[in-house]
Design a protein around this ligand. Structure first.
Ligand code: UDP
Length: 464
């Protein structure tokens, strides 16, 4: 059964490869020249320089790793009866290219070798030959669906490492692979390639790979919905369209979990919130220490524009509560500029005393808002939402921390490359060292130690 299935898939691949070659030959000469010209225009790095750098790195690496290559080749031959496996991909300018990989035995034993990328060591040879580059869009299998802009994407050689892989590994792969590829080819430069190479090494070392993720995880007794960004946006959108009592939502990061260890009210609050999302690299590491995996980094700052996009033209209105005087007004203006179809029902600052709390609640209810965003920092915002939730007539109330400061332009968010490294916290620390050194420098270490000890003791308790 398996054998016939694999034969038919091989036949399918061969037929697809034939179709691809024919299709390539049929592309008119004028179109090919036009594409090539556009590619040249777009490439800021002279292709020759990139090619030289690729080869200069590949040759010594190949020589250095030759004993390893010989050992793996022998292992493959002894266990599977063959050394290499061929794969046809869409190479440079869409031309079919054959790539070889080691034919590692299937099964548990070779799992580690696969995870270390040993199967793809022969790709170094392909880099030397010029079939691949070190950095570039992922080599697409022949017959795979072709995105719009495929021609443009294939101007560059396919790469061993791509931007999309980094984003996947760092749990920030919110958009599509094609969008990441388009971003790469639009900004081709030596600087970008060096940055991607450095980030690839960083995420390989410091970001645990993703495993099969459970739909719910618990970090130090705080329950977390383990969903992707798109799933979070969809479920919040659904909540906003459903009648019923208001729902409280929280983004839980390492600092929030540390706070729950000191503040039992906050711990109880997050324990009862059914809609906690995992925010930041700390939660990813915590899950990893427990043998679990976080689907994506679902933080408020990245979710906010996506939720607004989903709400555009739906008639749902948002109320912005929090930040210093004028901050929420600037966020409202940003929303109107970026999402003209989204409706801001009202906004006000977050520095009110208990005496004026009722007036704030009345203003929110009178505004007819469906979604309330409360940016007053943890744990204040979450405890406040929990306390007044039954009096609110909104459908969803979310604690969003310092989000308004970013979208009002008061504070700068970490650049994309830092977010891809999971180092957004370091950027915030750099901007506000006095306020945040304890939260991040001490807090992150304490958080990981707490999770490690908690996991260890729980394991011992479970043992008979
Ligand atoms: N804030 C507020 N009312 C308060 C205290 C804080 O509106 O009583 C605002 C503050 O202006 C800032 C946000 O809450 O915009 C908290 O930012 P922080 O960086 O602490 O949040 P984080 O994202 O780190 O949780």
């Amino acid at each position: 059964m398996d054998r016939s299935a694999s034969i038919s898939s091989q036949q399918f691949a061969r037929a697809a490869a034939r179709r691809h070659v024919t299709a390539w030959r049929q592309i008119g000469l004028a179109r090919r020249i036009a594409t090539r010209w556009r590619c040249r225009q777009a490439q800021k790095t002279p292709a020759l320089l990139k090619r030289c750098l690729d080869a200069t790195l590949a040759l010594p690496l190949l020589l250095l790793l030759s004993p390893v290559l010989a050992t793996v080749a022998t292992l493959c031959w002894l266990t599977t009866g063959r050394v290499l496996r061929a794969r046809t991909v869409a190479g440079r300018r869409g031309r079919p290219a054959t790539l070889f990989e080691f034919s590692l035995p299937s099964g548990r034993g070779s799992g580690l070798l696969r995870r270390l990328g040993v199967a793809r060591l022969p790709w170094i040879w392909h880099v030397l030959r010029g079939d691949l580059s070190w950095i570039g869009p992922r080599p697409l299998p022949i017959g795979a669906p072709r995105p719009a802009g495929f021609q443009r994407r294939s101007c560059d050689r396919p790469g061993v490492v791509c931007l999309w892989w980094i984003r996947q590994r760092a749990n920030v792969d919110y958009d599509t692979e094609w969008a990441a590829d388009a971003e790469y080819v639009e900004n081709v430069s030596l600087r970008q390639d060096l940055g991607i190479a450095a980030r690839a090494c960083w995420v390989r070392l410091l970001h645990p790979g993703r495993r099969i993720a459970k739909p719910r995880i618990e970090v130090l007794n705080t329950p977390i919905r383990n969903v992707s960004m798109d799933e979070a946006v969809n479920e919040l959108h659904e909540l906003l369209l459903t009648d019923g009592p208001p729902t409280q939502v929280a983004f839980v990061n390492a600092d929030c979990v540390n706070l729950t260890c000191r503040n039992s009210d906050y711990a109880n609050c997050l324990r009862t919130v059914n809609w906690n999302y995992a925010d930041g690299i700390g939660m990813k590491w915590a899950a990893c220490l427990q043998g679990a995996s976080v689907r994506q980094n679902v933080n408020g700052t990245d979710l906010f524009p996506r939720l607004l996009a989903a709400l555009e033209d739906s008639g749902q209105a948002v109320y912005l509560l929090g930040g210093e005087q004028g901050v929420s007004a600037d966020v409202a203006r940003w929303i109107q500029r970026r999402f003209p179809g989204a409706h801001v029902a009202g906004h006000e600052h977050g520095y009110f005393d208990e005496g004026s709390e009722q007036e704030v609640i009345e203003r929110i209810n009178r505004s007819g808002a469906d979604l309330l965003l409360v940016a007053m920092g943890a744990p204040r915002q979450d405890l406040w939402i929990q306390r007044v939730l039954s009096q609110l007539e909104v459908r969803v109330a979310i604690g969003v921390g310092g989000l308004f400061d970013f979208y009002s332009g008061r504070k700068q968010r970490a650049p994309q490359w830092m977010r891809e490294m999971g180092m957004e916290w370091a950027y915030r620390l750099w901007l506000e060292p006095r306020r945040l050194w304890r939260r991040y420098l001490v807090g992150n270490a304490v958080f990981l130690a707490r999770v490690a000890l908690h996991t260890l003791f729980r394991k011992q308790e479970k043992q008979p």
